[in-house]
Design a protein around this ligand. Sequence first.
Ligand code: ZN
Length: 251
Amino acid sequence: MTCKTCGERQEKLVKLFGKTIKVNIICSCREKELEEKNQRLKIIKKNSLMEKSFYNKTFENWDFEKGDTKLYNLGIKYIDNFKEIKEEGLGLLITGAVGNGKSYLSFAIALLKKGVPVVCISINGLLERIKETYSTLGKEGEWEIIKLLGNADLLVIDDLVTEQNTEWSISKIYTIIDSRYRNKLPTVVTTNYPVGILKDRYGERTVDRLIEMSTIVESKGISIRKINALENKENLKRFLSSKITESYRYL
Ligand SMILES: [Zn+2]
């Protein structure tokens, strides 16, 4: 059998243990194709899950007139304790009204340290990236992205619920949350909507996992209220009240 494109052989006969068998060989165009695919996978790994717009959103640049001071304190605590936070897989679910610094906070957290594998992306950007891979890489690309999202030391998903409400997006979001949950790695999610809305949209299965691995921070412009912190995991609760929630003293 020969390749229809380059005319090179795609099979050859080899002798093995005294028998002659047929094995597949890679022709030059197939080799080129594989190499290109490999390059695209590398590009996905390196760039496409990072949005450049968040690079200047650091705690140093925090605007205290616009951004909530309590969110700032919470973020600083989160970063300072990240080593333990990562070990315990403690995430944040930051909910509340538009325009009080939730996104900025999540970006600043994502910039915590050079060399820590962090993925920080809006939910729309994330789903777009998955879709893009369908045309370039097929299932393999999706698998690669899910693996990347599942294994990052920290995953920040900004603006949940702003994506199109489709069965497809809901199933992708479940897969991502579930893989973070299984790997026991921290996830920071921001959304303008309360938990009840999240449950209606994504179902209990997804939202229960998200809640179990997160401290819920409800941000209401000038006040933050901690409404739920892993009630079924006493040690984590204690950890959270001693470390992160110190910032609530400033209320
Ligand atoms: Zn060929």
